[in-house]
Design a protein around this ligand. Structure first.
Ligand code: KG4
Ligand code: ZN
Length: 337
């Protein structure tokens, strides 16, 4: 089954053709980062206008690169939320128009489900892991710019959120710290790179909510403030930037990894999957793998190119939604993530 997938929830206009939920025939992404960079974050009105300008071209490009004509497409999958309303509406309108005119089924996909299903996609390079053949249940550490949660995946479309952030998402903390340090946007990849030149033990930032009493919940707002307070006391913070990045990142990752291991133990899962934009982080990928494997747990990390927002992951989730009889198509059930 070939699914044409569309993703416009934030600042990437993306369309993909995915075969049988695993094989990515094409995955075209038009990033708007250059347009938002100067504001240090996404401007919603600008985002939706840019989506509207290029959505048709991106869809056509995805079909061309996949070598498929519309008659070879079996269904259209589209992200319906969560995300920026003005951005979502562009993708949903395009998908509805296509489904109506081509007389194909329309499958609404929750963006967070999409991130989880990035784990089921085949990677394009040999160094990347293959598809997730996890036997359910498994724990997903879902870390993006808008969300941070631990999701127990009991089967296709059967999720339970067992922990989540009480304030900022992990990616949001990366972006805010980077904005404060004036090192660029988006902060995640920049901090990831600079941290490699710094010492993670240079500054000890308290690991937020790591204590037993907080269970599987997270908090990243205080960590961001701790970095801000520390830097405000320095006469010249510029020379310390790599150490600050490495130390901030070490604190964030310690908590993410620790709670993922705890969740796997509590819910008797043998596999932990990573998902969301922050799963592109090199230190998180390394630390989670090392610590989980030391406990005999398997770790699955999506192919690098499907960690941040893309339509291929929406195509994968759409495939299982369409194919799996027990998979709920109800937006209410999906929104529980
Ligand atoms: O999943 P995503 O593309 O969009 C949302 O659904 O939010 O995630 C974007 C987030 C941003 O906060 C970005 O800074 C972060 O993912 N990110 C990273 C890395 N690459 C992207 N964070 C840490 N390390 C990275 N290498
Ligand atoms: Zn995302």
């Amino acid at each position: 089954m070939n699914i044409l997938a569309i993703e416009t929830s934030c600042d990437e206009t993306s369309a993909a053709v995915v075969k049988d939920g695993r094989e990515v025939l094409s995955n075209v992404i038009a990033s708007q980062i250059e347009f938002h960079k100067k504001y240090g974050g996404i401007v919603p009105e600008v985002a939706s206008r840019l989506h509207a300008e290029c959505i048709s071209l991106i869809i056509k490009d995805a079909l061309d690169r996949a070598g498929k004509e519309t008659k070879e497409i079996d269904a259209i999958a589209v992200t319906y939320g969560p995300g920026l309303v003005g951005s979502l509406i562009v993708g949903v309108s395009a998908a509805k128009a296509l489904a109506y005119s081509l007389k194909k089924p329309l499958i609404g996909v929750n963006h967070l489900e999409g991130h989880i299903y990035a784990n089921f996609l085949e990677g394009s390079s040999d160094s990347m892991p293959g598809t997730l053949d996890a036997s359910f249940p498994f724990i997903t550490l879902l870390v993006s710019g808008g969300h941070t949660s631990l999701v127990l995946v009991k089967g296709h479309g059967d999720y339970e959120t067992v922990g989540q952030t009480r304030d900022d998402a992990a990616g949001e903390a990366y972006d805010k710290v980077a904005r404060f340090l004036k090192i660029g946007y988006p902060g995640g990849p920049i901090i990831d790179k600079l941290a490699k030149e710094g010492n993670p033990d240079a500054i000890h930032f308290k690991r937020p909510m790591i204590e037993e009493e907080f269970g599987l919940d997270f908090s990243f707002s205080g960590l961001k403030t701790a970095v801000v307070n520390y830097v405000s006391r320095l006469p010249d913070p510029s020379s310390l930037i790599p150490d600050l990045c490495a130390s901030f990142q070490a604190a964030a990752i310690d908590v993410l990894v620790e709670k993922s291991l705890k969740a796997a133990e509590l819910y008797k899962c043998e596999t932990i999957a990573l998902a969301g934009g922050v799963s592109a982080n090199s230190a998180l990928r390394r630390e989670l793998k090392a610590k989980a494997e030391a406990k005999g747990l398997a770790v699955h990390i999506p192919p690098f190119e499907y960690c941040t927002d893309n339509a291929a992951m929406i195509g994968a989730a759409g495939h299982y939604k369409r194919d799996h009889s027990s998979f709920s198509l109800s937006p209410v059930a999906s929104a529980r993530i």
